[in-house]
Design a protein around this ligand. Structure first.
Ligand code: NAP
Length: 301
């Protein structure tokens, strides 16, 4: 293994330790923070993720409430729960858990979540704010990639980055987060021709395709920093990423792994967003760099 391992654990631990301190102070002042998770699925991996969020909440002192609407829930019923929670002052963050019942999409429900409580960037308005470099919560997984790179001192400005995957929850928001940090960004997808030709010359390669082992040594170069976002299960049921870890690690300069990379940071950010809330709105006259420096807003350019 040649590559330096970019672990997500210290990043998540640092975020959670800071949050535990903030929550202690808020509790002393008689305040609470509540994260609501709305689910409408019998999916066991979703249930296990929700339990993990509850454990995290207990660790940092944030109340985690689950509204399980069941797999028969209609879009109207789910929207109504999201809208009621959006108007409830006792709730500070809202997550709409996927998968959703057949025929219902996250994009269709997201607008029912108030932008100020949209801690996982599900509301299209949050994405619009990301594009406009206004204070927002980007989808937490995309933001976690930037946290990981920052924590490990990986420079972004002026460097070529290629993101493999163009979903609304990872690839597209990450494109803008990297652009906001002055990277030169390419986005690749299933119709891209010559993927190795796109990625091998990039300083930073982010794999977010959900295809186990898609990224091999031919996709990277000796200076590459490779971030693996993929979560897949192999034949033995083990969690694996999109990157052939050993083969890529023999070539690349640095890489994150699955598990142990982006995933735990994602969870920590959901809680950070719930506790901190959106920063104050920046007015249109605020220059780009000052605006971006607002704590908790889109990572600065
Ligand atoms: P998605 O909606 O299925 O999108 C996958 C993207 O990858 C699509 O844009 C697709 O291209 C592209 N793609 C698929 N096969 C490809 C190939 N052979 N070559 C190049 N591009 C290819 O998935 P997602 O929701 O973005 O998630 C991506 C991965 O991240 C999944 O493994 C997911 O489980 C993981 N994830 C992890 C976390 C976490 O760590 N907490 C959170 C969210 C997601 P087209 O657009 O052309 O179809």
């Amino acid at each position: 293994m040649n590559a330096r391992i970019l672990s997500g654990r210290p990043v998540a631990e640092a975020i959670l330790a800071r949050l535990a301190n903030v929550m202690e102070e808020l509790h002393r002042q008689g305040q609470d923070r509540q994260l609501l998770i709305v689910t409408a699925t019998p999916d066991p991996s979703s249930a296990s993720y929700v339990r993990a969020l509850q454990r995290f909440g207990a660790k940092v002192g944030v109340t985690v409430t689950v509204a399980d609407l069941g797999p028969e829930a209609s879009a109207a019923r789910i929207r109504s729960v999201l809208e009621t929670a959006s108007a409830d002052d006792a709730i500070h963050g809202i997550i709409m858990q996927t998968p959703l019942p057949d025929g219902i999409t996250l994009a269709g429900l997201g607008s029912a979540i108030a932008v100020e409580k949209d801690v996982d960037g599900a509301n299209p308005a949050s994405l619009a704010r990301l594009l406009a470099q206004e204070p927002c919560f980007p989808p937490a997984t995309a933001a976690a990639v930037i946290e990981l790179l920052d924590h490990h001192g990986i420079a972004l400005a002026g460097r070529k980055a290629t993101v493999v995957g163009r979903s609304l929850v990872v690839g597209k928001p990450l494109l803008h987060l990297l652009l906001n940090r002055d990277a030169t960004v390419t986005i690749a997808h299933s119709k891209s021709v010559d993927l190795p030709g796109q990625t091998a010359g990039s300083a930073i390669v982010v794999a977010a395709a959900g295809r186990a082992g898609l990224i091999g040594p031919e996709h990277v170069g000796p200076g590459s920093v490779v971030i693996d976002v993929g979560t897949n299960y192999d034949d033995t049921g083990a969690l694996v990423g999109d990157v052939q870890a050993d083969a890529v690690g023999a070539v690349a300069a640095a890489m994150s792994r699955v598990p142990g990379g982006v995933g735990t940071i994602t969870t920590a950010l959901l809680f950070r967003n719930t506790v901190q809330g959106l920063p104050a709105e920046a007015g249109p006259a605020v220059p780009h760099r000052a605006k971006a420096a607002l704590q908790g807003a889109c990572p600065p350019g």
